[in-house]
Design a protein around this ligand. Structure first.
Ligand code: HMG
Ligand code: MG
Length: 304
């Protein structure tokens, strides 16, 4: 294995994590969570979603949260943007990266954003065009790449077509979503093999949910194939409310520990990240799912 010296992690906990937690944090708690992440050295944070508050009530305070983001630490902030209305809100909040999103399966796309795949593509490329004209970068999520909760298997040629259309339409980077955590390392390899024929590795990211415990193995497969951009959420928070059974993202604290153990740099301070996790766990009133948060809790118990 050729290990890269450094990778880029996108922290999606404040968005993907908090959109699907039983407890709704208030804006001050969300801002404190983001401040903790920044203090730990996290440089890319998906802060919230400018979607319909009827569809995602837990992130209805996106405008308030994004107006208060710590701006002096060289952090890049992203937010989900489903349409031009969302883009206007993201521009007003001075978000750096508009994250557009759609699915590679028709049913999940309908349930999540109320449109067909064909209706979505021109809409997202228009959002991408206008976002770039406003000086933003654009990230394009493709969900259900590795399987759909409604349709099962998803054809990789559909993923490829969507990725190429979005990239041609002005999206800078494609994040491949294992929305319900069904991928295996072998499938990750097969999907990446197809995409890497046309798309450079530095324009692809992996967004793996850890429903079945395979996310770290899938990420290692991605690393082996030259991918260096990975999404994760602190403590393994999260899931898609329109994907039944979807569990959290791969845990940032577990991923950082694994990478640092392999001398792959992330720029993140593990101790401060652990403290951020403990703070978040207190705010949510429950233990986090990550292995590292459990290790910390055990060590603390042993020392007290
Ligand atoms: P719609 O109902 O078809 O839209 O929803 P509409 O244009 O008919 O508008 C309906 C209402 O929403 C109107 O309000 C609009 O003003 C309002 P009303 O007149 O009824 O009072 N509205 C908005 N309000 C605020 N901001 C906006 C906005 N747009 C419309 N931007 C829509 C279409 C896309 C808006 C809706 O389906 C939606 O918001 N969906 C979001 C779903 C979502 O956020 N899902 C979770 C994130 S995706 C995910 O987690 C997967 C990912 O992590 C990757 C992976 O894991 O695979 C990214
Ligand atoms: Mg997700």
């Amino acid at each position: 294995m050729r290990w890269p010296d450094r990778v880029t992690l996108w922290e999606v906990g404040p968005r993907d994590g908090l959109q699907n937690e039983a407890v709704t944090l208030c804006a001050e708690q969300k801002i404190a969570f983001i401040q903790d992440l920044v203090a730990a050295g996290v440089k890319h944070i998906e802060a919230s979603s400018f979607v319909s508050p009827q569809w995602i009530p837990r992130l209805a305070d996106a405008d308030e949260v994004c107006a208060a983001l710590p701006r002096d630490a060289g952090v890049t902030y992203a937010a989900l943007v489903p349409n031009l209305r969302g883009l206007e809100r993201a521009i007003a909040a001075r978000i750096d990266v508009a994250a557009v999103f759609m699915s590679a399966s028709e049913t999940h796309n309908q349930r999540n954003i109320n449109k067909s795949i064909e209706q979505t593509l021109p809409l997202l490329t228009e959002v991408a065009k206008q976002a770039r004209a406003s000086g933003m970068r654009v990230r394009g999520y493709i969900s259900t790449v590795f399987g759909c909760p409604y349709e099962g298997a998803v054809d990789v040629s559909t993923v490829r077509r969507i990725a190429l259309t979005l990239l041609a339409g002005g999206v800078d980077e494609i994040a491949l979503g294992d929305t319900i955590g069904v991928a295996s390392p072998r499938q990750t390899e097969a999907v990446l093999e197809v995409l890497l024929r046309d798309v450079p590795a530095d324009r692809l990211a992996l967004h793996m949910h850890d429903t079945r415990g395979a996310a770290l193995a899938n990420i290692l497969t991605g690393l082996e194939m030259g991918i260096t951009r990975f999404d994760s959420s602190l403590g393994g928070l999260g899931g898609c409310p329109y994907a039944p059974g979807a569990a959290g993202n791969v845990a940032t604290d577990d991923l950082v520990h694994l990478l640092h153990g392999c001398q792959v740099h992330t720029g993140i301070d593990e101790v401060l990240l652990g403290e951020a996790g403990q703070h978040l766990s207190r705010e949510l009133g429950k233990p986090l799912n990550s292995r590292m948060s459990q290790v910390l809790a055990t060590e603390k118990g042993a020392c007290s």
